[in-house]
Design a protein around this ligand. Structure first.
Ligand SMILES: Cc1ncc(COP(=O)(O)O)c(C=O)c1O
Length: 442
């Protein structure tokens, strides 16, 4: 007999294709509702959302200001073609420009998500510069569709190959596993910038339209670049007339302790792509904030980008509500407080478990990197390997303890809603410690 619980689960597996997964092995709870930092499944079991979904639900779940804004908009206008003017769209764009790092201002192009935003940022850079090459880092993720997928510097690019022409990858710093054979962050920076300069020489900088980079690497392990690296990249781009795109899809909207990582680091790109936290993921929305001197190119030239859902009224209402909630609840800077708790609690996790090779991050954006052996730093699961090794079992054990964590290969992302309390964070990290105690390394 099929119980009330198992029927929807069975039909989910039967009819839904789940992203980035071999479908046969899926075993996830059926989520029915969510509130604050918690998700609830159909059995009533509660899960602490220690990764804010996919590093997106920055306001926590069910924030009333956003829910109300969506409901009110739904009653008024659910859709108008993007060619129409719309007051909510104008208000959201104006606020995003005011939050951007540019004194001279800018303009916003709206998309449905982060990958699409990166595709459009790349197209805009090509149109404005008349050049075609785009530089992107290895160990990066910029989206799934062929353009953004080709920009991605990791194995989620491979299904797109041969990909789109003109994308060239370079290595960026990674202090814990230096691609530049040094333990000294200053030396790492110097060698990384020398490497980038060499790549430019071999590619001809006058053919390079843009360089795209996550100001803090996200799903590839929360890598905070040593101080000076992003400044050096900015200088190289300026010197060669290359547009600098910051992919702030994960880092935006308070994740690093400022509205954008760009503001936290004081490094100013030419285009910022965003998504996720813009609506706290309540509705799909992304976009490109374009510095005025770049955007004004399109006053006389056709902007060759467009989507049926660009500036969708419901997504605009969700963004307007979310921006209001960040402001009223003081959440853009709250990650600075969370950063202190993270350092203390993850430091103690590292002391408790020899499997924890590194903990690193900024704001409310941290990673736990698991190793077989601290001295050799051999990863617990081979990065970019054919399987996720022990990670699915570890994540399942965490869910059994009522904690949801997003993890890939040997890295877990500790990136909670910005509303999390210290004791909630401590209990989530405590569950990670418990689960790691049960791991046998062969
Ligand atoms: C840095 C970064 N860029 C782009 C994307 C793609 O965004 P989306 O899934 O909304 O297309 C992601 C998704 O995780 C991301 O982390």
């Amino acid at each position: 007999m099929i119980s009330m619980q198992s029927k929807p689960r069975a039909s989910h597996s039967r009819y839904v294709l789940t992203p980035w997964s071999a479908q046969g092995a899926l075993d996830m709870p059926t989520i029915e509702r969510a509130e604050g930092c918690y998700l609830y499944d159909t059995t009533g079991k509660r899960y602490l959302d220690l990764s804010a979904g996919l590093v997106a639900v920055n306001l926590g779940h069910g924030h009333p200001t956003v829910v109300r804004a969506i409901a009110q908009q739904a009653a008024k206008l659910c859709y108008a073609a993007p060619s129409f003017f719309n007051d909510t769209r104008a208000a959201v764009a104006e606020e995003l420009v005011r939050l951007s790092p540019w004194r001279e201002g800018g303009r916003v192009f709206f998309t449905t998500g982060g990958g699409e935003a990166n595709e459009d940022a790349m197209k805009m850079s090509r149109m404005v510069s008349g050049r075609h090459k785009i530089l992107a880092a290895y160990r990066s993720f910029h989206g799934s569709a062929p353009g953004a997928g080709t920009l991605s510097g990791e194995n989620r690019r491979w299904p797109n190959e041969p990909g789109i022409p003109g994308v060239v990858h370079f290595f960026a710093p990674f202090p814990y596993r230096s691609p530049f054979f040094t333990d000294d962050p200053a030396e790492e920076n110097r060698r990384a910038l020398d490497h980038l300069e060499s790549v430019l020489v071999y590619e001809d900088p006058s053919r390079v339209a843009a360089l795209i980079i996550e100001p803090v690497v996200g799903s590839n392990g929360v890598i905070v670049y040593p101080q000076g690296y992003l400044e050096g990249v900015r200088e190289l781009c300026s010197r060669h007339g290359i547009l600098l795109i910051f992919d702030e899809v994960m880092t935006g909207f308070g994740r690093t302790g400022a509205v954008f990582a760009s503001t936290r680091f004081g490094v100013t790109p030419d285009l910022i792509t965003f998504a996720k936290g813009c609506t706290s993921a309540y509705l799909p929305l992304g976009g490109v904030i374009v510095r005025e001197n770049v955007a004004s190119y399109f006053d006389e030239h056709v902007l060759g980008c467009g989507h049926t859902y660009s500036g969708h009224p419901l997504a605009m209402a969700a963004a307007q509500g979310a921006l209001q909630a960040y402001r009223e609840d003081g959440l853009y800077e709250r990650a600075l407080t969370i950063e202190g708790w993270m350092k203390e609690l993850l430091g103690s996790l590292r002391e408790q478990s020899p499997l924890v090779g590194d903990t690193r991050g900024i704001g409310a954006f941290f990673a736990v990197e698991l190793v077989r052996d601290r001295s050799t730093r051999e990863p617990l699961v081979a990065w970019q390997g054919q399987t996720q090794g022990q990670m699915p079992a570890l994540l399942r054990a965490l869910r059994e303890r009522g904690v949801y964590v997003f993890g890939r290969y040997n890295v877990m992302l500790v990136t909670p809603p910005l509303t999390i309390a210290r004791d909630e964070l401590a209990s989530g990290i405590g569950a990670i410690a418990d689960v790691l105690r049960g791991v046998q390394v062969s």
